[in-house]
Design a binder for this molecule. Structure first.
Ligand code: ADP
Ligand code: ZN
Length: 744
């Protein structure tokens, strides 16, 4: 193996150094190794500059990596160095992206190669694309060909004489692929090679979008100015649901395009964001490039390459899009910035929202954080003047904010075995009778969260996790929502053998749907949960049916909470408003307010006023009071007052260590060793070890420790020193989570 990077050594007199030192390079590989490795550049190859994508040998394999910054170790004998094999024909990784990799690695205590791997997410894109075949107009056209209306539409599109991709051509002309093939055999079209980036259209900033209201126009102007500064800034774009935040931040995208730079929009549920994509197209005349985990390998490859070449000017994507190789990013927008799904919990544990701000700083771009319910972190940064603040106070058009009230389940309980209170049933009936639409929201998939034997009390648990199995009645299975374990619903209790005694306890959306079918037999219903609405096609079909009024009642989990615009939806009923408060972690109240406010925001987006009914056992709870009174600012101020004295985030720092092992005793031992060796000092303390709430996850036993520090203390050096002092057996994994969001 090539020499691993060592800690700096005393440089010997230059004359003693091997002659080939100028021809040595450091290469970072997308592997969880300690750092960059040194290689030599063989005669006949130019020394590639930092950022070049190169291929090098590693343990008998050939691996692609990136030439990293810094000097190779001059003291290593040349004979120990393996040769660089080749340099890829691919745009180099920019310096700001290399600095981002280093920054995230040191902030999250991850191996730099593990972070690099997130940037090299389409390895085949390092090779230039083989040209693909398309079609162009045959010139001259064959004299006798029949020109149907469908063919005429295709001919109009190819009138420019340029090659077009067959699929796009058919789509744009609204014809089947057979029409294009038929035209080719008739000699109307001839094959032609496409330029490699032809599939990424250029969004047109001059295309006519909505006419902004005065308040929107002011905010848009401020965002355009931030982008035009060509420097680092962060702006919080806050404003009630439906106030036009999307319309406004698209103007930041337009400004980046006008300056010839690129734009990135991060959305939490990209696969379901069909309405968002329609609005983008309405504003810019074509679709943006997409980036998420469901892309085909081919599209992934082409998109990565087009981004690197600057040929994809706008990307909208999930958090992983943050690591695409944009050469010149003008703005990064994080929509629904408060969403916890921006936190990646596996592998490199990072917050895409926070790292978007870091990337913007390194690349001198304007970051825009957008939310109707900003996180306390972001609000605090805005209040401290670190972030600029733009606020849209009004809903667009005639729509006012919905009126929120509580249904007190203590005085108005549902019938036994039911989950919809009489008051909620009546409100849904009245809404549907007026010809409007209603939504029932319950943030829980499946039929029932717990299955219990009425004879012996046995509860059906996941064999791999500390979790109940959730019944999915449609699929006739019990599922673990943590590890994916699934088993058929057993005919008899596995503990006592009694038959017909297994009972469903508590509701999931499937059970609400079952109840709705009985209570509202004439209502046309749709269930929207991640297992029924699995991808973009299903999402857009569901949205179409709702907007076209083929549906009266929507029953859904958190996927219905965000972004949707259903003009005739006027009632939202929250089946269990207390659900999110149960876990009781640091942000449970904040998150519940955010989620319920988001889902409330689906009601009354057009002219008819909206109503929201919260079924709760505790209407006096500050969360319910904040939603009912509509004063989220006061709620967030109270939240801040609670966290400030104890130095809880954002007024202090947290880092979690999650110790896990398949061997329970080994996990305990390592957690105890870490606990005993916990660092001590002024301004920080270590809590734990304690069993994690998910004490068993995917077959691994888990223990947690928490480092809690004042805000002015950097936790990374403390963690480094601590972890270096405590050897753990190789059966044990210690995962570091800086700025934890989840505490399971
Ligand atoms: P937010 O992102 O704040 O929830 P949106 O940008 O989604 O708000 O706007 C809500 C609705 O109002 C959308 O249907 C949008 O098309 C419409 N809308 C907002 N501003 C305008 C405008 N200036 N002209 C026309 N429609 C608008
Ligand atoms: Zn499980």
């Amino acid at each position: 193996m090539a020499g691993a990077r060592r800690t700096p050594v005393h440089v010997k007199a230059a004359s003693l150094l091997p002659e080939d030192v100028p021809r040595r390079i450091r290469v970072l590989l997308p592997l969880p190794l300690a750092g960059a490795y040194d290689y030599r550049v063989p005669e006949g190859l130019a020394v590639p500059p930092p950022g070049s994508f190169v291929e090098v040998p590693l343990g008998g394999r050939e691996v692609a990596g990136v030439v990293w910054d810094g000097e190779a170790d001059p003291t290593l004998p040349a004979s120990r160095l393996k040769p660089l094999l080749r340099v890829f024909d691919c745009p180099a990784m920019t310096a700001p992206l290399r600095r981002l990799v280093d920054w995230i690695a040191s902030y999250t205590l991850s191996p730099p190669g593990a972070v690099l791997r997130m940037t090299m997410s389409a390895p085949s894109a390092l090779e230039p694309a083989a040209p693909t075949a398309g079609w162009r107009r045959a010139d001259p056209p064959p004299p006798a060909a029949r020109i149907s209306p469908a063919r005429a539409r295709v001919l109009a599109l190819v009138a420019d004489g340029a090659p077009h991709a067959g699929g796009l051509l058919a789509e744009a002309a609204g014809v089947g692929p057979g029409v294009v093939r038929g035209m080719a055999s008739a000699g109307l079209l001839e094959p032609a090679l496409l330029p490699p980036d032809a599939r990424f259209a250029r969004p047109d900033p001059a295309h006519q979008g909505s006419v902004l209201t005065e308040g929107q126009a002011d905010a848009a102007r401020a965002l355009r100015a931030a982008v035009a500064e060509h420097g680092f800034s962060v702006t919080l774009l806050a404003g009630v649901t439906g106030s036009g935040k999307t319309e406004v931040y698209l103007e930041a995208v337009a400004e980046a395009l006008r300056a010839g730079r690129q734009a990135l929009v991060l959305l939490p549920e990209i696969a379901l964001s069909t309405q968002w994509l329609d609005r983008f197209s309405a504003r810019f005349g074509c679709a943006p490039a997409l980036w998420h985990s469901e892309l085909t390998p081919r599209t992934r490859r082409d998109t990565w390459r087009a981004v690197a070449e600057g040929a994809a000017p706008v990307v909208v994507g999930a958090r992983s899009a943050l690591f695409l190789p944009f050469p010149d990013l003008g703005t990064i927008i994080v929509d629904e910035e408060h969403e916890t799904s921006f936190k990646q919990e596996e592998g490199v544990v990072y917050s895409a929202r926070d790292m978007a701000v870091v990337r913007a700083r390194l690349t001198r771009a304007a970051a825009v954080l957008v939310s109707a319910t900003p996180s306390l972190e972001t609000l605090t940064n805005a209040e401290a003047g670190r972030y600029r603040l733009l606020h849209l106070p009004l809903r667009h058009g005639a729509a006012g904010l919905p009126q929120v009230s509580a249904i007190d389940l203590r005085t108005c309980p549902p019938e036994r075995g039911r989950f919809l209170s009489p008051a909620l049933v009546e409100a849904v009936n009245a809404t549907i009778a007026r010809g409007e639409q209603a939504m029932l929201f319950l943030n829980r998939r499946g039929y029932a969260p717990l299955t219990l034997c009425r004879a012996c009390g046995h509860r059906m648990r996941c064999p791999n996790c500390t979790a109940w199995l959730v019944e999915h009645r449609l699929q006739r299975r019990l599922q673990c929502h943590h590890c994916g374990h699934a088993e058929p619903i057993p005919p008899a209790c596995p503990a006592c053998g009694a038959e017909g005694t297994l009972a469903a306890v508590g509701p999931g959306v499937e059970r609400v749907q079952e109840e709705a079918a009985e209570v509202f037999p004439d209502a046309r219903r749709i269930v929207m949960a991640s297992d029924t609405i699995a991808g973009p096609a299903a999402a857009s079909e569901a949205a179409r049916r709702i907007v076209d009024r083929e549906v009266d009642l929507i029953i859904g989990t958190q996927i219905v909470a965000k972004g949707w615009n259903f003009p005739d939806l006027t009632l939202v009923g929250v089946v269990d408003a207390d659900l999110g408060l149960a876990g009781g972690d640091l942000r449970a109240a904040e998150r519940t307010v955010q989620l319920l406010h988001q889902v409330s925001g689906r009601a009354g987006r057009a002219d008819a006023p909206g109503h929201v009914l919260l079924q709760t056992w505790n209407p006096e709870h500050p969360v319910m009071q904040a939603l009912i009174g509509g004063d989220l600012d006061a709620f967030m101020r109270a939240e801040a007052d609670q966290r400030r004295p104890g130095h809880w985030p954002p007024f202090g720092r947290l880092a979690a260590l999650i110790v896990s092992s398949e061997d329970e005793a080994a996990a305990d031992r390592a957690a105890r060793d870490l606990g005993r060796a916990a660092p001590q000092g002024d301004g920080f303390e270590v809590l734990g070890p304690a069993p994690a709430p998910l004490a068993l996850l995917r077959g691994r036993h888990r223990r947690r420790l928490l480092l809690k520090a004042r805000r002015d203390i950097a936790v990374q050096p403390i963690l480094h020193e601590w972890l270096a002092r405590v050897p753990v057996s190789n059966q044990v994994r210690v995962q570091v989570d800086v700025d934890p969001v989840g505490f399971l």
